[in-house]
Write a protein that binds this ligand. Sequence first.
Ligand code: FAD
Length: 440
Amino acid sequence: MTPPDYARLEADLREQLGPRGVSGDIRQREKASVDGARMSPIIAELLPLGVADLVAFPTTAEEIAAVVGIAAAHGVPITPRGKGTGNYGQAIPMSGGLVLDMSRARTIVEVGDGFVTADAGAVMNALEQAARATGQQLWMYPSTVHSTLGGFLSGGSGGTGTIAHGANHMGFVAALDVVTPASGGTLVHLDGEAAQAYVHNYGTAGIIARATVRLEPLQDWRGLYASFPDFAGSLSVLRTLGRLTPAPRLVSADTVHVTAQLPPDDAFPAGRSSLRMIADPAVVAEATAIIEAAGGRVEDVREGPQASPALSVLSYNHPIEWLQKSEPGVYFHVEVSGDALVDRIDEVHAVYPGSYLHIEAGHTVPIGMLAGVYESPAAVYAGIAELGELGVGVHNPHQWNVDFRLHETVDLARTTDPQGLLNPGKLNPAYDGPVKGAIR
Ligand code: FAD
């Protein structure tokens, strides 16, 4: 096969996007070739895993489609990118080629009754604000509130709102406008289950250029900050609080040590385990009674538009990121789930000596991030096996293979991307790790 002619590709992209819409500058190319993969010491040791030859910056869904059409005609690999906050290398262009940076395509097209439609680069907290202005709120958004809609749907799995609505965006996505090499630069509109096939697979079957996601009526959220003398106290109420009605948007808890690494706040008293909750006003009194009966105390209850996002940015991977920042080079993490996180916490912590669990209430069972002291890949993997024996579900964030509906995506991509141009390196039919959401 003849190697791609990048000078021709750059000229074609410039004609489509104008001079500011494409860059071959090495600083831009390097910046577009890393994501949050440094959270994994195992992946960090392998970096750089690839560098883009060119970066394109479309500003609308139609331009995204045109760029895909042009790059596919040149036979060039295309790696989609939102804000690059994914934390296991999913946005790294492992075969070089074109990085399709969609962060400038951020138009919010329509906020309707129960839905918002926006271009792929729209930022999650901008969507939440647009929804608020109409008396609505997003079903869910990630703790990386500044990340993009397309990136969240393609690389993320949940966050604030997951207690009520579950993970992996099931039901969240109403419709997508997708572009693929096979569609030749034309947007394809997909509704319902047909759209779901393009979710959480890192753009390997198609690029999301525009999306419609669900909204629900706005709740006047309270940020409830509680603390306990120890982590066992926080754990003892986490599931009960998560099951209150109306469902909280978030219930997060940290060990005493991780609480001490969070940004300073009077609501995080020294030497105590923090439990934080985005609660409907109707359950604040009941939650307070549950917390106090278990030996905890409520430090503060905050209201206003910031009550929800202020706690979201301290949820999911963020406390682990704060831990890694305060003790650089010490910790790795694995993503864990299951009742064993609460019921067998001492055994869970013993798997990696010196480890700390950050925990979320979850939809059906608790979800967590277990941070351990990094020794070697072998020690990390031995621990993953031990966690499985304890009944803990583990997602391994030290690999970048699509591991959600893998075989369905492989089948779909055969049609939509027969040359394998989309995000090469991520869709491996031979991947033999655990696969989530598989239909067969
Ligand atoms: P990127 O990182 O740019 O891309 C993510 C993946 O999607 C990549 O494979 C990329 O190639 C692909 N992609 C990007 N845009 C498109 C598109 N338009 N079409 C097709 N493919 C595309 N995730 C959660 O789900 N919940 C959390 O609460 C959460 N918390 C996090 C906390 C921290 C500290 C960190 C580092 C990460 C966290 N993440 C979380 C992971 C990540 O931040 C989110 O999933 C985020 O929404 C990804 O958006 P992004 O714009 O940064 O996407």
